[in-house]
Ligand binder design. Structure first.
Ligand SMILES: O=C(O)CCC(=O)C(=O)O
Ligand SMILES: [Fe+2]
Length: 314
């Protein structure tokens, strides 16, 4: 049910050529259909150099294999170099705030303009690789955002003019380690690897290994697997884009489960997620001449409210 969209028309490799209006319009139709019906798609022929991801997965693994005490130096909120509650090393997280059980994972979040402490002494290339990947993700997302605007029949720069990499934003690359579970570990009722949630920002890119576990809620409220397809990137829409488009495009609930198959449970899983956000001073504002469904809101205000657990409904 999650469609595969061929992005060769506007892929990252062809930096100099510009596709015809007709080719872009066809692509925009596919992307619009996927985001208005499902909220998720697999992107193929994107031109993103996935060896960067493979390498950073290895570098991340080196970090995650460090002693717990070393990793704690980078803990969000309390670690020596932490500057906020969201960026740095995260061990105990309840992504679904209503779940009593914490996620079976550890991760490291860093954002582009972060002045917190990177694990450079303990994992030397962690920062440079992370920043390089974020830059590439932004390049790809700019193209996807343009295509979405075309699909909405809005000016092509509607979203991209509020996504400037050199301005402060919450653009975050999260590297995740879904560690193998200790032998005999009893999974608690409603415990997952990542509790059900929707993403806050504009666009999310998910790079997953071949293990599986990511699931996406369909229209009937059932979770269906987003089975890994080698060479593709999973792209999903965040809540800010749903608001921006007056709910025409969907930000869909998803989660990561521990597959029943015990070999998977003991093997573990790795993924990498780039959360793209508009500039902190960007205004999320309907293009509807009659005002649209929601009040205009500054990206930063929206983000802070969501981080504080406040639902932003008006
Ligand atoms: O690991 C994954 O495949 C997705 C994780 C996710 O949805 C998130 O961190 O927001
Ligand atoms: Fe997510």
């Amino acid at each position: 049910m999650i469609p595969v969209v061929d992005f060769s028309t506007y892929n990252l490799r062809d930096v100099t050529s510009s596709p015809s209006d007709e080719a872009l319009a066809n692509l925009a139709t596919d992307v619009y259909r996927a985001f208005s019906e499902v909220g998720f798609l697999y992107l193929e022929n994107h031109g993103f150099d996935l060896s960067l991801i493979d390498n950073y997965m290895k570098t991340s693994k080196t970090f995650f294999n460090l002693p717990a005490e070393t990793k704690k130096k980078y803990l969000v909120g309390t670690g020596e170099g932490s500057k906020d509650m969201y960026h740095g090393y995260i061990l105990h997280e309840h992504t679904d705030a209503t779940s009593k059980a914490e996620d079976l994972k550890e991760c490291f979040n860093a954002y582009m303009h972060w002045n917190g402490e990177w694990p450079e002494d303990d994992s030397p290339s962690f920062k440079t690789e992370n920043l390089n990947i974020m830059e590439k993700c932004c390049e790809l997302n700019k193209r996807i955002l343009e295509v979405i605007a075309i699909g909405m029949k809005w000016p092509r720069d509607t979203f991209t003019k509020h996504h400037n990499n050199d301005k402060v934003s919450q653009n975050t690359l999260r590297t995740l380690n879904y560690f193998p579970l200790p032998k005999g570990y009893t999974i608690q009722p409603d415990q997952t690897r990542c509790g059900q949630h929707s993403d806050y920002g504009s666009l999310t890119l998910v790079f997953q290994d071949n293990i599986g576990g990511l699931e996406v809620m369909n229209r009937d409220g059932d979770f269906v697997p987003a089975t890994p397809i080698p060479g593709t990137i999973v792209v999903n829409l965040g809540d800010m884009m749903q608001r921006w488009t007056d709910d025409k495009l969907k930000s869909t609930i998803h989660r990561v489960t521990v597959p029943n198959d015990t070999t998977h449970a003991v093997k573990g899983r790795q993924s990498m997620v780039f959360f793209n956000c508009p500039d902190s001073d960007g205004m999320i504002q309907s293009m509807d001449p009659n005002g649209g469904k929601y009040k205009p809101i500054l990206c930063n205000d929206y983000f802070q409210m969501r981080l504080a657990g406040i639902k932003v409904i008006d």
